[in-house]
Write a protein that binds this ligand. Sequence first.
Ligand SMILES: Nc1ncnc2c1ncn2[C@@H]1O[C@H](COP(=O)(O)OP(=O)(O)OP(=O)(O)O)[C@@H](O)[C@H]1O
Length: 656
Amino acid sequence: MEERGSPDGDLARSLEQGPEGPETPIQVVLRVRPMSAAELRRGEQSALHCSGTRTLQVSPPGGGPDVAFRFGAVLDAARTQEDVFRACGVRRLGELALRGFSCTVFTFGQTGSGKTYTLTGPPPQGEGVSVPPNLAGIMQRTFAWLLDRVQHLGAPVTLRASYLEIYNEQVRDLLSVGSPRPLPVRWSKTRGFYVEQLRVVEFESLGALMELLQMGLSRRRSSAHTLNQASSRSHALLTLYISRQTSPLSPDPPAPQMPPGAPGEPPVGGKLCFVDLAGSEKVAATGSRGELMLEANSINRSLLALGHCISLLLDPQRKQSHIPFRDSKLTKLLADSLGGRGVTLMVACVSPSAQCLPETLSTLRYASRAQRVTTRPQAPKSPKQPQRLEIEILQLQEENRCLRSQLGQIDPKASRLSGARVAWAQRNLYGMLQEFMLENERLRKENSQLQSSRDRARDEQRILAQQVQVQELERRLLCACSDHQPYPSPAPCLCVMVPAPPCHALPPLCSCHRLCPLCRAPLAHWACAQGEHHLPQVFGPKAPSGMPLAAQPPPWAPPCNPGSAKCPRERSPSDWTQTRVLAEMLTEEEVVPSAPPLPMGPPNTSPVLRGGAAVPNLAQRLEALRDQIGSSLRRGRSQPPPREATRSPSRVLPPC
Ligand SMILES: Nc1ncnc2c1ncn2[C@@H]1O[C@H](COP(=O)(O)OP(=O)(O)OP(=O)(O)O)[C@@H](O)[C@H]1O
């Protein structure tokens, strides 16, 4: 018996418009189970009354107005399993699956409301005891119808099945060869969400399919609680994959060709999925503790996620945007059925007892929202479409080739560089960088060595200059000594014995402009024969100007302009240094040390003795020279010095 206004008829009409029909609402059937023996024992009253074939009246136990709910079909407790199968229009869904549509039947409702009973019948009364045929659920009836239908088709059909459960948010394969293990849920553009490594079993007979069903049911998690002695603790999904080839002799309208699937993968084609959801439950009402409570929480959470998705799917604007199907494994695997291209039937199951009314009202509201959700069923591509796709692929390949060549023109180097070359270039650059760093370090060291060599050379140069200066002083001293001789000396001028240019290059500091008697070179002031007359002015007890000696310039300083106030200060430090040394050499008295500022060197250090390893030698040599000058002068004033000492001062002086 097929009822008027049943979801089967509505669905068929909407889908007959074509393979990609208009938006189709999810079909919802409401089933009210009979009062259970326990409920009758407790004397519980029924709060539900069916009004016609599509309306349910809810009467609150405390009085008040009835609330009406309208669905695609409402089936009261008197309806048999066969009635439910027919009213739900599952045969029509089977036909759509044979044509390539993706169809889903799922049951939902409070725990103990009859979901599993509706889909698979009552639990087996013992091992090996099959369910009586009159109590068989929607699934067994659909299997029987499908196998019979396939047998009468003129074209070969390949049937496969998979069976899984979502237990505590883990997907387990109920048909696995070994013990079930958690499987990942993946997503691909072509397949949508799918379970990886799920076993898909091919079957050819109804018996084989029934065995698969029994195998899955026996492995599915179930436990006893207050409201149900065989309560399912997981969501179970059994999927039939239908691959069919068109036969010219077939009386049916031409169906799309289903390409065979790759080995180990579900074949591409129509499918029919049966989902037995675990029931929502109030933990307080079921008395669940420990593991049962954990299971109940997981069940309620996933059902909440499903309800949330359904609510969002109702809003046409939000439907275009984001629906949180990824919130749970259940919503992932039902995404296509709820919001995609599938054809979906919901069977809402409720208890008639007034004691369960809060949960029943929740289920009714849930079902009311769900039937306003629409999908856009889409059949597989027609045989002509692969040709179109092939052309499209060729066009895309050509476009890709053009773009690549354009890219190569823009940056030919980049396009020529393969990945290996790029890696090689990077390695090479790194090596070069290392080499540069080493070279840089080597140059730094070399630079440092050169700098220290340069400093040493400067020191040596300074010492050499001082030695030359000493030699020059010696030579001039000897010349001066020869001038003090009372009789002409037959000895040769010592200017010949020492290098002349440094000697005569010195500026004359005396205005007498005396010349060397032998070489006729200009002599410095200290070689002047009248030098003696200058000295008392310098070192006399009182300066003529009345200034302290420390503040006065030495009298042998070059004459300066009296009007110039800065005249004494404009003397360079080297001049002062030189004059101080000369004064020390010409007299045995100390020069006032504070008069000229010494430019460099530590205190109490003679400037001419600064720096170098030869400094001690030079100091000794200067000391000896000073002694010699003093004695020469003394001898010059009284009696001529011994000739040999005058001729060869180097014999007296320590070696440089
Ligand atoms: N229409 C019906 N006629 C007779 N008995 C029924 C009917 N529906 C359910 N029952 C019985 O009620 C009990 C609970 O049913 P069932 O296990 O199918 O509920 P459920 O909704 O699947 O519960 P759960 O969510 O806990 O798995 C079972 O003993 C079952 O045989």
